[in-house]
Ligand binder design. Structure first.
Ligand code: 5AD
Ligand code: SF4
Length: 475
């Protein structure tokens, strides 16, 4: 038998294109046997990075001949793209795996793969290797581009394939990707994180910071715009440090200015900003931009300078408040959102009150609140004085109440104004309405039909419902 691997090109992306073609032959034969197309279902946990990775996986699989299905029970190929940022994300994965095992027993050709952040943890991979033998493929965050090759290996060798890389400096571009929406798309501008916030597992599972070349990013966005995309979301764990490690360094603000020049592109979003790296240059560029959306997600994590130091966040309460005040002053219509962790080791009532104080002063448009979750291997996991559950729960409830009441007031401030809305979909509950988002990311529902999807409409904000508007089409 000819060893396929020796015939495969060594260079990427050609190597993967080769394995896509080889896998396609296999999938075609199987489809003919079954008299129908093979289907795939991807369950995605976690952040926008993972959502983007899943679009890449689906792109590869469609090239191989799989068809996407919503029906998790019936799919021929089940993939779970995992998150490990908090403990409960891991628990969900094992819950799904139990269900997958029984599905596999019903149809032996059914394939199961697990990938993503959780698979970058050696203990989790060991658990799959020893107790979940029915899982066919395990891979990590650094080699999702290799799916076709791993799949082909499974088809030919019929044994569990585990391929997890500890790290990488490789960025493989130009592989197919499927887009969930025709009019908006996430674009990775960098991978990994160098910040090592003491509670966070991301730097360990996503590796060191690597920025893409600006030319490659611009080329990708131009192509997307040519395909009908009007809004891009630039993605990175800490976009404010984009470009620092490139041979020809450029700043994130400079990249944004280049993106702004792309004709046909209407709106630009980005995620996530670390407060320590948010420059005056960026504020200036945002302020003068016609395309950058009026939304900034600026994770606070804690309002206590003492806890922020223990978290290794590299800013204190006063610096954060100053930054928020400057943003509000320079860009008055900006919506500010945040992430907050409650119950970090050693958090006292006084520390927590500092967090409440920042929330009151900044007046966030919305905030994601999280209960601290101990992640093995991070410095915080080894810290003394983990906070009792009932204390954390009580603080969490108080914070949530405050955040919600402020968000309700903030959200209603545009009542009566006519604003632009990018229409995203027909309303799920009422098919005579459509739903979309304002530049500041607030959701708006108004009377309209599917022909409006992907267009930017002028809509009058009639009534605020707390965290969304009911509106009326003006134009
Ligand atoms: N426990 C709770 N929340 C966490 N986050 C990151 N790590 C943890 C953890 N160990 C939160 C942070 C981050 C968001 C994506 O997840 O608030 O901004
Ligand atoms: Fe985690 Fe901090 Fe990096 Fe964000 S900046 S991914 S919280 S280590």
């Amino acid at each position: 038998m000819v060893d396929t691997n020796t015939l495969a090109p060594e260079m990427e992306p050609n190597r993967q294109l080769y394995f896509m073609a080889k896998s396609r032959e296999y999938v075609k034969r199987k489809s003919e046997e079954l008299g129908r197309n093979l289907t795939v279902h991807i369950t995605t946990f976690g952040c926008q990075m993972n959502a983007k990775d899943s679009e890449k996986l689906l792109g590869i699989l469609e090239k191989i001949g799989y068809e996407e299905t919503d029906d998790e029970k019936a799919a021929d190929f089940l993939i779970m793209n995992t998150c490990t940022v908090r403990e409960n994300a891991n628990q969900k994965v094992y819950g799904h795996l139990g269900m997958y095992q029984s599905r596999k027993k019903k149809a032996l050709h059914r394939m199961i793969a697990i990938c993503g952040c959780m698979m970058q943890e050696p203990d989790e991979v060991a658990k799959i290797r020893s107790s979940y033998r029915f899982v066919d493929i395990v891979f990590g965050t650094h080699n999702i581009f290799k799916l076709a090759e791993l799949l082909y290996q499974t088809f030919t060798k019929k044994e569990q394939v585990i391929d997890v890389w500890e790290g990488t400096d490789q960025i493989v571009e130009d592989l197919p990707a499927v887009r969930k929406y025709s009019f908006k798309c996430g674009v990775n501008i960098m991978y990994g994180c160098n910040n090592f916030c003491s509670y966070c597992i991301v730097p360990y599972v996503r590796g060191r910071e690597r920025s893409r070349q600006p030319e490659d990013i611009i080329k990708e966005i131009k192509q997307l715009v040519a395909d009908g995309v009007v809004e891009v979301m630039l993605l990175g764990q800490n976009v404010n440090s984009y470009g620092k490690t490139l041979d020809n360094p450029i700043t994130f603000a400079q990249l944004l200015q280049q993106v702004e020049q792309i004709e046909g592109l209407r709106w630009i979003r980005f995620m996530t900003s670390h407060p320590k790296d948010l420059s005056d240059e960026l504020i200036e560029v945002m302020k003068n931009s016609k395309k950058i959306c009026r939304h900034l997600h600026l994770p606070l994590q804690s309002g206590s300078s003492r806890i922020l130091k223990l978290m290794n966040r590299k800013y204190d309460k006063e610096q954060y408040l100053e930054l928020a005040a400057k943003l509000r002053r320079e860009i008055p219509d900006l919506s500010l959102t945040t992430d907050i962790i409650v119950g970090f080791p050693g958090e006292t009532e006084e520390d927590f009150e500092d967090t409440m104080d920042v929330v009151r002063k900044v007046q966030y448009d919305s905030a994601f609140t999280f209960i601290y979750s101990k992640r093995t291997g991070t410095p915080a996991a080894a810290m003394d004085d983990q906070i009792p559950e009932e204390v954390v729960k009580d603080r969490f409830d108080r914070l949530l109440k405050l955040v919600q009441s402020i968000a309700t007031t903030q959200c209603s401030r545009d009542t009566g104004k006519t604003l632009e809305v990018l229409v995203e979909e027909v309303n799920e509950k009422d098919p005579s309405m459509v739903s979309g988002r304002l530049s500041n990311n607030t959701v708006v529902h108004f009377k309209g039909d599917s022909s409006l999807i992907g267009t930017i409409c002028k809509v009058k904000m009639i009534e605020s419902k707390g965290f969304y508007y009911l509106g009326e089409l003006v134009e």
